[in-house]
Design a protein around this ligand. Structure first.
Ligand code: GLN
Length: 518
């Protein structure tokens, strides 16, 4: 735990003393800072409340960690150094407040969430110079709970992708092995949390974008039930699928952040007017002993890499030894999920992205001849290749001649998928399955093959189609690659409390992956 002495050392560093003394002080400072960044959010929040750590020192430590790790992982698109230090100084002046559960805690936020006065690009050139004048609901909740926002995380453009390689700005690297992708589209968030640059991040999950990067980097990620967290201020991809959720280094940390960002918000008509559970208190409510975990057999088919299968099997036998009951269940339409998801997500994307016309938001082409030229050139210059592909496919499946064959059919299959989930969940407390068929792959290895890339999402997409919650957490390390492997717990609508409690119990008994990395 951080001692008050570190405060003086950090102060010494900030005043920039000279020469040999400076090098010595800097070394002490770096060790002290790394120590702060190795705390969990829960530990840091407690130390902050007890004044064992000041908000300014927590922020300084994370910024120093960013300076040290960013050249290798490129997880950030915008860092708000001054804003974060000023917010922390203001908090220190007020003093800790137990009513603010994240008082002084430094966090980062995926660049898909609007942040007042802070550039928000969604990973796209079309929003290169866009600065929102309001906060997304989830961001507002973080600030009200006392969290300090350090900056914005890299992501696939408009959250379309599984690696962050579709970002128009940079490719984020996996902190566990910088030759590998961190997953996507919230890859910047997962990498930032895993490298100890912050204590938590917010991501968005339309088809796996929180759970899959959490799994590939070896951290925890939760996609809440559709409607649990307001989408107000989230740059939309697929509106009927998108959900905001936390990425953290432990399940308990995840419970703390979810408790802050969940809740009713009238500005999102799909947000549930339902009280928020006390997720932290509920953490010990669901012991493994006697828990019924459904294992969907379709998730253990041929596509699953042998080392991922082995890690999952080991995790399942540990759970069994702890008294959990594993029951086989079936989700027969799992193989239709990829086609169904991509039809619905692309259709919604083509409609959502129509608003970027060069008139109202972001980039506008120069020297335009007429209105059509303005639209065409602004969009041609502003959108990347994958976004263009999806707008075209989305417009195609919605066109009058093809609507019934594609979009309507997909909506019907979506219903079947949801019903299958609900039937399986009737037989058990939660479902438990791998997140990604393979551990993190090499940067660049799939970029030329978009179809292969879509197949990587096979285990995550169906949950969004069903609108249900999913908690992804590390369950071990692959014997061959040495990389983290994650599994996800699926629950009934609004059963986040149960999932977190089961995840917390599992975390105590499963092999960890070691965090932070780098
Ligand atoms: N990889 C999926 C896609 O490209 C999911 C992305 C997401 O959840 N935002 O659509």
């Amino acid at each position: 735990m951080q001692q008050p002495g570190a405060v003086t050392r950090a102060d010494a560093y900030r005043t920039q003393t000279h020469s040999i003394a400076q090098t010595a002080v800097q070394n002490i400072f770096e060790n002290a800072m790394t120590e702060i960044c190795s705390l969990s959010l829960t530990q840091a929040a407690q130390a902050l409340q007890k004044k064992e750590l000041s908000a300014v020192d927590a922020v300084t430590a994370c910024l120093a960690r960013m300076d040290a790790t960013e050249p290798r992982i490129a997880a950030m698109l915008t860092v708000d150094r001054e804003g974060a230090l000023a917010a922390a100084a203001a908090l220190d002046k007020e003093g800790p407040n137990p009513a603010k559960p994240l008082w002084g805690v430094p966090v980062t936020v995926k660049d898909a969430l609007s942040t007042k006065g802070l550039r928000t690009t969604a990973g796209s050139r079309i929003l290169e110079n866009y600065t929102p004048f309001y906060d997304a609901f989830a961001v507002q909740q973080l600030r009200e709970a006392g969290a300090v926002i350090l900056g914005k995380n890299n992501m696939d453009e408009f959250a379309m992708g599984s690696t962050t390689e579709n970002s128009s700005y940079q490719t984020t690297r996996n902190p566990r092995d910088v030759n590998r992708v961190p997953g996507g589209s919230s890859g910047g968030s997962a990498a930032s949390v895993t490298a100890g640059q912050c204590f938590a991040s917010l991501g968005t999950d339309t088809g796996g974008s929180i759970r899959q990067p959490a799994s590939l980097c070896g951290c925890v990620g939760l996609k809440p039930t559709y409607g649990r967290v307001s989408r107000y201020g989230v740059i939309a991809y697929g509106s009927s699928l998108d959900q905001v959720g936390p990425l953290t280094r432990s399940v308990e940390d995840c419970a703390r952040v979810l408790g802050v960002i969940a809740g009713h918000d009238q500005r999102d008509g799909t947000c549930a007017p339902r009280p928020v559970d006390d997720y932290v208190t509920a953490l010990n409510s669901k012991p493994l002993k006697g828990a019924r975990l459904g294992i969907p057999k379709e998730f253990f088919g041929e596509g699953l890499a042998p080392e991922v299968r082995a890690v999952c099997q080991n995790a399942m036998s540990i759970a069994q030894a702890q008294g959990a009951e594993l029951v086989e269940v079936s989700l027969p339409h799992t193989d239709a999920a990829i086609a169904t998801y991509y039809i619905i997500a692309m259709a919604e994307a083509s409609s959502n992205l129509a608003r970027f016309d060069g008139v109202r938001y972001g980039r506008r082409a120069a020297d335009i001849k007429n209105l059509e030229d303005l639209y065409v050139r602004s969009r041609t210059e502003g959108f990347g290749q994958e976004v263009k592909r999806r707008i075209m496919l989305g417009a195609y499946v919605l066109s009058s001649g093809y609507y019934d064959a594609y979009y309507r059919k997909a909506a019907q299959v979506r219903r079947l998928i949801r019903d299958e989930y609900l039937a399986a969940l009737d037989k058990c407390d939660a479902l438990w399955a791998p997140v990604s068929p393979v551990p993190a792959w090499n940067v660049g290895s799939l970029t030329a093959d978009p179809l292969q890339m879509y197949l990587m999402d096979a285990y995550t997409l169906s949950l969004n189609l069903a609108g249900l919650p999913g908690l992804s957490m590390p369950v071990g390390v692959g014997a061959e690659s040495g990389l983290p492997v994650g599994m996800q717990l699926f629950g009934k609508a609004f059963a986040e409390g149960e999932l977190l409690s089961l995840g917390h119990a599992l975390e105590q008994v499963l092999p960890g992956v070691g965090a932070p990395a780098l």
